[in-house]
Design a protein around this ligand. Structure first.
Ligand SMILES: NCc1[nH]cc(CCC(=O)O)c1CC(=O)O
Length: 313
């Protein structure tokens, strides 16, 4: 099929959480503005169903994308919109990341009904998060805090906070901002105190690699400065085993002159080893160069004692 899809409809496969739907509708609106007919196909993924266990224990990021890929494979849908943070570092054979869009705020947000910031929390306060990265970084900032598991979509997490199970929760600012809940954010963590996850705040669009027509149709949505940043971040994560079971942070900034500055941190979840942090810069214009910077940073982390995740089977 070589025809453009202005005549037939493009179908976006999406999870059905409010955030996933917002993201899919955002892409739908951008594509419609370019003359495409676009529909949504909502679906529930395994990651949405398993809410009682930490993601790192039940198989990790792939859980949120597998069902969407099956829909692409079977031709029930054409494109899948993902939070890049949830997309595995290696896509399965036959799929590609066709597009990375402009990044929303990549920082983590502190949300609490009573306390204005992490510093304001009393000794031994309970903070909810299920991310290993947030856990080790929070514990490095405040060893006295009690970190408790917190899963579920944004509404579920905010509800649990409201029920009083936690003094505060930490989650991505991007999700709250997209859903018009920025007023819930008491403060944001600067990357210097809490380094974001690879890809946090960015959206990626996945298609079947044989659909070169779709890849071409998506190019107007590409934001190359974001893609260069997240390519470097994801390369670090890929080298270290790229899953939720690695307490890893990676965040890159791109200066106007093309200098990409990549920060990464790895923490030992058993607390045996202190946090290892690395920063490296390179002038980049291509995704390959950005990935090379990410690989170099990963090697530095490994040289300083970071360990790869065991390969998930
Ligand atoms: N792990 C779930 C997830 N995947 C993407 C986001 C937020 C939005 C984004 O990073 O684009 C979230 C929620 C969170 O981490 O608080």
């Amino acid at each position: 099929m070589t025809a453009t899809h202005t005549s037939s409809s493009l179908v976006i496969a999406t999870r059905e959480s409010r955030l996933a739907l917002w993201q899919a509708e955002h892409v739908q609106a951008l594509l419609r503005a370019r003359g495409h007919q676009v529909e949504l196909l909502g679906m529930t993924t395994k990651g949405d169903q398993i809410l009682d266990r930490s993601l790192s224990k039940v198989g990790g990021k792939g859980l949120f994308v597998k069902e969407l890929e099956v829909a692409l494979e079977e031709g029930r849908a054409h494109i899948a919109v993902h939070s890049l943070k949830d997309v595995p570092m290696e896509l399965p054979e036959g799929f590609v990341l066709a597009c990375v869009m402009e990044r929303e705020d990549p920082r983590d947000a502190f949300v609490s009904p009573r306390y204005a910031s992490l510093d304001a929390l009393p000794q031994g306060a309970v903070v909810g998060t299920s991310s290993l990265r947030r856990q080790v970084l929070l514990q490095a900032l405040r060893p006295d805090l009690k970190i408790e598991p917190l899963r579920g979509n944004l509404d579920t997490r905010l509800r649990k906070l409201g029920e009083g199970q936690y003094d505060a929760i930490v989650l991505a600012a991007a999700g709250l901002k997209r859903l018009n809940m920025a007023e819930r954010i008491r403060c944001e963590f600067e990357p210097g105190s809490m380094l974001p996850a690879a890809g946090q705040g960015a959206l990626g669009i996945e298609v079947r690699s044989d659909r070169t027509d779709l890849i071409a149709a998506l190019q107007p949505l590409v934001h190359m400065p974001t893609w260069l940043r997240v390519a470097a971040e994801r390369a670090v994560s890929r080298r270290l085993g790229g899953s939720c079971s690695v307490p890893l942070a990676a965040h890159a900034l791109l200066a106007d002159d093309g200098t990409l500055t990549l920060d990464a941190a790895w923490g030992d979840i058993e607390g045996v080893q202190a946090l290892i942090q690395v920063r490296q810069q390179a002038h980049v214009t291509t995704l390959d160069q950005a990935e090379a910077l990410g690989n170099a940073v990963a090697e530095q982390l490994l040289a300083q004692g970071a360990r790869c995740a065991a390969k998930a089977e």
